[in-house]
Design a protein around this ligand. Structure first.
Ligand code: HEC
Ligand code: HEC
Length: 316
């Protein structure tokens, strides 16, 4: 073998090693914290509010009645496998996160639960598929993150086993760069509106994506298409643009739009149709106080106005 060939072989060997390292490399992670969260009534109540309203965890993790408008939650934390119609890169399950020790996360330590929520690491050390919004949840204050775990600890056990998430290559490798340990204490938020918008994942649903990544310049401008087996809905433009966004909506009208669903929930929900189908968590958010909704409104009104005309309920 001449020197050039030898050099080439070594070069390729090196490349293969590098590629192998990239595939095998574990995600950035820290050991779970040794912590017992406070199981006080205040902490559990705060966790329940974060779980049901602010972060709408059951929007993904709950078993829902998809035959009804607004797909109300039937069984909390029971887990859900997303249908192929959603076009995700593989089989994605939002797992059973009830306190069942086998089917759910009842056997996990508090530290392991905290790490999964804020840092995107599974109990076995793997990177969670970032549809689980740990990128947003890393902003949870320490008090709120612990409150969430307090509440999770009180959830009744649901025995349903769900198929594990299996992400296709190469996305399975790319997602390893998503998790990151949370350094240092996380204080209470300075700005309520921004905090609620982050934890609610408003931008996740309200920003159009390409190959799974939000398109720059389209932040909060809507146009993201959601397909289930039966229906299609498109997210609305919630930037301050006057013609195509919420620019004409007053703060009072904005609050009313959400609070209307408080009474709506008391009546039997109509069947889901293409005309009324939505994924917007109206029932959950209707529980927000006027003060919280006002803070969300004022935060949205400070964002860049983007012109983007959207038809939220397309004909088919
Ligand atoms: C937009 C959908 C979505 C929302 C909202 C969501 N999750 Fe998840 N979650 C997922 C998915 C999908 C996974 C699984 C990822 C995987 O398996 O790689 C997951 C995984 C988890 C896990 C790890 C479970 C396991 O068995 O590995 C925990 C714990 C968890 N979520 C808790 C929560 C909590 C608490 C909330 C609300 C604060 C929440 N999630 C909100 C989609 C979501
Ligand atoms: C799971 C996806 C999802 C999430 C999360 C979500 N939205 Fe929506 N939202 C939608 C969809 C889809 C529509 C359009 C259909 C409808 O009006 O119900 C919508 C509609 C709206 C509208 C009505 C706009 C109009 O002009 O009528 C407002 C306001 C809104 N969302 C605000 C928010 C805010 C604020 C958040 C975060 C706190 C949020 N959304 C989180 C999917 C979502």
């Amino acid at each position: 073998m001449n020197r050039v060939m030898k050099g080439l072989c070594l070069g390729f060997g090196g490349l293969a090693l590098a590629a192998g390292y990239f595939v095998m490399r574990p995600p950035k992670s820290a050991p779970p914290k040794e912590i017992r969260v406070p199981m006080t009534p205040e902490s559990v109540a705060r966790g329940k509010y974060l779980y049901e309203v602010v972060a709408d965890c059951d929007g993904c993790h709950g078993e829902r009645n998809w035959g009804k408008q607004l797909a109300p939650v039937v069984r909390s934390a029971a887990g859900f496998t997303f249908p192929p119609a959603m076009g995700l890169p593989g089989r994605v399950t939002a797992p059973n996160i009830s306190s069942d020790p086998v089917a759910g996360i009842g056997a996990w330590s508090d530290g392991e639960k905290l790490r999964a929520i804020r840092e995107g690491i599974g109990r076995d050390g793997r990177a969670l598929f970032p549809m689980m919004p740990y990128g947003a949840y890393r902003h949870l204050s320490d008090r709120d993150a612990e409150a969430l775990v307090s509440y999770l600890n009180t959830l009744p056990a649901v025995p349903d086993q769900r198929p594990r998430t299996e992400i296709d290559f190469p996305v399975s490798v790319l997602i390893k760069s998503a998790p990151a340990p949370v350094e240092g204490p996380v204080a209470e938020p300075a700005e309520l509106g921004e905090y609620l918008v982050k934890l609610g994942g408003c931008a996740d649903c309200h920003t159009q994506k390409q190959n799974g990544a939000p398109i720059a310049g389209k932040e909060l401008a809507g146009g993201e298409i959601f397909r289930t087996d039966k229906f299609t809905v498109v997210s609305a433009n919630i930037t301050p643009d006057v013609e195509t966004g919420i620019g004409r909506m007053t703060e009072a009208a904005f609050i009313k739009r959400f609070h209307e669903y408080r009474e709506y929930e008391q009546t039997p929900l109509p069947d889901a149709t293409q005309k009324n189908f939505t994924l917007m968590p109206w029932l959950q958010y209707s529980r927000y106080s006027a003060e919280e909704l006002g803070a969300i409104y004022r935060y949205l009104r400070k964002q860049k106005a983007i012109v983007n005309k959207v038809t939220v309920h397309p004909e088919s």
